[in-house]
Design a binder for this molecule. Structure first.
Ligand code: CMC
Length: 387
């Protein structure tokens, strides 16, 4: 009954009101809770930005310390989770394993969160931030056949990412501060992006009052796709393919423009940004800094630069406002930092986690109704059943 307005892909439909992230696609502006992404990326750090997104204001020094300590209370992950990981083949994609493990956390923490109880909410949030990092890195350890590492409560969250990933049982592991700084910045830049596909998924799943872990797990699955977070892996694979086939960037540019060819230039274009992606600007500079500091000389980077320059001059890309997005450069940095390609989207998920949590919390606190779009039916009219 009533007239249904069709809007495939929700290109022009708002699904909620939100106080978390402001984005102006024409002007290339991105702000978290009113603070510019440029300021935060330069001056803040990931857990502080996480607090800001989730609770609405920058924390005092004491509150931040308390928040970090409270996260440390939950960094042990049940040993039985290891049995679940052992059931996966080593070749499994880390995003599939991460989604499954996040969902499995519901079995180990079955008590549903009382969203009207501040302490309950706070603990659930700290628990999710703590355990997600550990299981995210376990997906890599499993794929390598290495023993799983434990969180080290004497060092920071981003340092822990590196030691959880790369520390071996034989000998100490020194975390390189240049790498930690770069990762911290990348996590901040990925931390929220208003109603993108994975965040909308988290809100949608959570709107049925499914728990936090279940909602986050669905966000991981949505993020995995190559049109969303999976683009960072796809960019690197595309650059490697161009390199392996002789480095002819123009050939791939032509393929991307050919309407009979499904190939798209990965890392280009954005649903909302139609001038430039402000995150890409910051990341491009970070990529240059990291590669210079670490002394990396990577032919893949040269191809990326060639491709970028050619696309920016090309009428097809110009007329459709297709600019490099955040994923175009993030993969290049991850590669320089020694992160394996199939872990790139997992890093995006670690960065996006506080945004998912903030949006889930806002949706529940605003008592939003269950998400339930309508449709226009285009199938058969009534038919008689024939045995
Ligand atoms: N290469 C070639 N052509 C493209 C590309 C591309 N990367 N992106 C869009 N187009 C063309 C598209 O074919 C269409 O052309 P026409 O008007 O002639 O039919 C036009 O540009 C508009 O594209 P659209 O698919 O209607 O735009 P959308 O808003 O639905 O899609 C997008 C946005 C990001 C999915 C798309 O640009 C894309 O597939 N990009 C490549 C994947 C990628 O880099 N994704 C990461 C996005 S940023 C990180 C994140 O938020 O996850």
């Amino acid at each position: 009954s009533g007239v249904i307005t069709l809007d495939p892909g929700y290109k022009n439909s708002g699904a909620c009101k939100s106080e978390i992230t402001f984005l102006d696609g024409e002007l290339g502006i991105l702000r978290y809770r009113g603070y510019s992404i440029e300021d935060l990326a330069e001056k803040s750090h990931f857990l502080e930005v996480s607090y800001l997104l989730i609770f609405g204001n920058l924390p005092s020094a004491e509150t931040l310390e308390q928040f970090e300590n409270d996260i440390r209370r939950f960094t042990l992950v049940s040993e039985e989770m290891k049995i679940i990981i052992d059931g996966f083949p080593r070749t499994a994609h880390p995003m599939g394993v991460l989604s499954a493990l996040t969902s499995a956390l519901t079995a180990f923490h079955p008590k549903s969160v009382d969203v009207n109880n501040e302490k309950d909410m706070y603990d659930a949030i700290c628990k999710t931030i703590a355990k997600f990092l550990v299981i995210a890195t376990w997906t890599y350890r499993k794929s390598m056949g290495y023993p799983l590492n434990y969180y080290d409560n004497t060092i920071g969250y981003v340092e822990n990412f590196m030691s959880l990933m790369f520390k071996l049982p034989t000998g100490p592991y020194a975390v390189n501060p240049v790498i930690v700084d770069a990762l911290d910045k990348l996590f901040i830049l990925h931390a929220d992006h208003e109603q993108n596909c994975s965040t909308s998924t988290v809100r949608m799943v959570g709107s049925s009052h499914a728990g936090l872990f279940a909602s986050i797990s669905s966000g991981v699955s949505a993020l995995w796709g190559p049109l969303h977070g999976g683009a960072n892996q796809a960019v690197l694979e595309m650059l490697e393919e161009i390199h392996a086939s002789g480095g002819d960037a123009d050939k791939y540019l032509a393929k991307a423009k050919d309407k009979d060819d499904p190939f798209r230039l990965m890392g280009f274009g954005h649903r909302v940004y139609k001038n430039f992606d402000p995150r890409a600007k910051i990341i491009k500079k970070a990529a240059d800094d990291v590669l210079a500091t670490l002394g990396v000389n990577d032919p893949i980077l040269e191809i990326a630069k060639k491709l970028e320059a050619a696309a920016l001059e090309d009428e097809y890309f110009k007329s459709r406002n297709l600019y490099p997005n955040v994923d175009f450069y993030s993969g290049i940095i991850y590669r320089a930092l020694g992160i394996p390609t199939d872990m790139f989207t997992v890093l995006f998920a670690i960065g996006r986690l506080p945004g998912w949590i903030a949006q889930w919390k806002e949706m529940r606190e605003n008592k939003e109704p269950i998400g339930r779009p309508r449709q226009v039916y285009t199938g058969y009219p009534l038919r008689d059943y024939v045995k």
